[in-house]
Design a protein around this ligand. Structure first.
Ligand code: TPP
Length: 327
């Protein structure tokens, strides 16, 4: 089927196709959510990650089940890649019993410890000291598991960001900090909130390496992450990877994003991670036409089944709101 055995990133053609499937699935899932929001079916807030998929696929691909991720509001795809069933994820968005929190909250705060997913709080940046804490646990338990902690460039201006990085740097913790720099924190453009070009530069203040990369290039993200993960597993401490990207939708589905121009959006859409990777696969004869159709059909089937599962899942009973609480 293909003319190459392995790429320079040590990925086989089948692995490349698996990455392609994930990119397509995450895109398809988010696109369907947008439609469902407009149909009034979704109870969770929706913070679309359209345009940012390469970061999720490039960072999550190849992680172990025992590794932890601390995803953000825009990272539903990371839940899927770490093993959450798409139907359960969709039921979470519908606020149904079949969702992760059985209809108790939006998608943002779900934790799935058995899959290594730590649910974020609403306070931006607050997941970063927690990620360092998880890394400290891994180090004390002498495992070689790693933590991937996601944050936006906006969150990198909070105190928690600096405390988390300092803790990780001072203790050489196995944490990979992933900045999803989409150039806007809600309506605030990057240049109005910081005086430097690259968030990655902040890592050196805490004694470790930071790199700024093209976050729309899934293989660049994968390569940078794999390097950081390997160092972290070997006890060589944290890394900050800043992935430059752009969110195609507003901050959330209710935000029309009037604070940016159509030209800017069009420019970034021309850097869509999917056609770039599709071309890469075509050029290497990894993606014949029938394979492309097969993957597209699979994505449609998975998303359709997820919606069916969510729609058939019951609404929560009011009395259930206070069960599963810890004091
Ligand atoms: C500490 C804190 N300050 C402000 C907010 C309100 N808020 C929610 S999302 C958001 C923008 C976040 O931007 P960024 O961190 O760059 O992530 P993005 O949404 O762009 O992915 C803001 C300001 C918050 N949730 N927490």
């Amino acid at each position: 089927m293909t003319s190459i055995k392995r790429t320079k990133f040590s990925l086989t053609p089948d692995e490349l196709l698996e990455m392609f499937y994930w990119l397509k699935l995450i895109r398809g899932f988010d696109e369907r959510l947008t439609i469902l929001v407009r149909q009034g079916k979704i109870r969770s807030g929706v913070y679309s990650g359209l345009g940012q998929e390469a970061i999720i696929v490039g960072t999550c691909y190849g992680l172990r089940k025992e590794d932890y991720i601390c995803p953000l509001h825009r990272d539903l795809g990371a839940f899927l890649m770490k093993g959450v069933d798409p139907g359960v994820m969709m039921a979470q968005m519908y606020g149904k019993v079949g969702g992760l929190s059985k209809g108790r909250d939006s998608a943002l705060h779900s934790s799935v410890p058995e899959l290594g997913i730590f649910g974020n709080t609403s306070m931006l940046g607050a997941n970063l000291p927690v990620a360092a804490g998880i890394g400290l646990t891994f180090k004390m338990e002498q495992t070689d598991n790693v933590v991937l902690a996601y944050f936006g460039e906006g969150a990198s201006n909070t105190g928690d960001f600096h405390e988390g990085l300092n803790l990780a740097g001072a203790n050489q913790l196995p944490v990979v900090f992933i900045c999803e720099n989409n150039f806007y924190a809600y309506s605030v453009p990057f240049e109005k909130s910081m005086a430097i070009e690259d968030v990655a530069d902040r890592a050196q203040s805490y004694g470790f390496e930071g790199v700024a990369i093209n976050g729309n290039d899934v293989l660049a993200v994968y390569q940078a992450t794999q390097g950081a993960v390997r160092r972290a597993r070997a006890g060589e401490g944290p890394t900050l990877i800043e992935c430059k990207t752009y969110r195609w939708h507003g901050h959330s589905e209710h935000d029309k994003a009037f604070y940016r121009t159509d030209e800017e959006l069009a420019m970034w859409k021309s850097r869509d991670p999917l056609p770039v990777f599709t071309q890469f696969l075509h050029d290497r004869n990894v993606l014949p036409e029938e394979k492309l159709h097969e993957i597209e059909q699979r994505v449609t089937d998975v998303v359709d089944a997820a919606v069916r599962f969510a729609e058939n899942s019951p609404d929560p009973e009011p009395g259930e709101a206070v069960t599963d609480l810890w004091a």
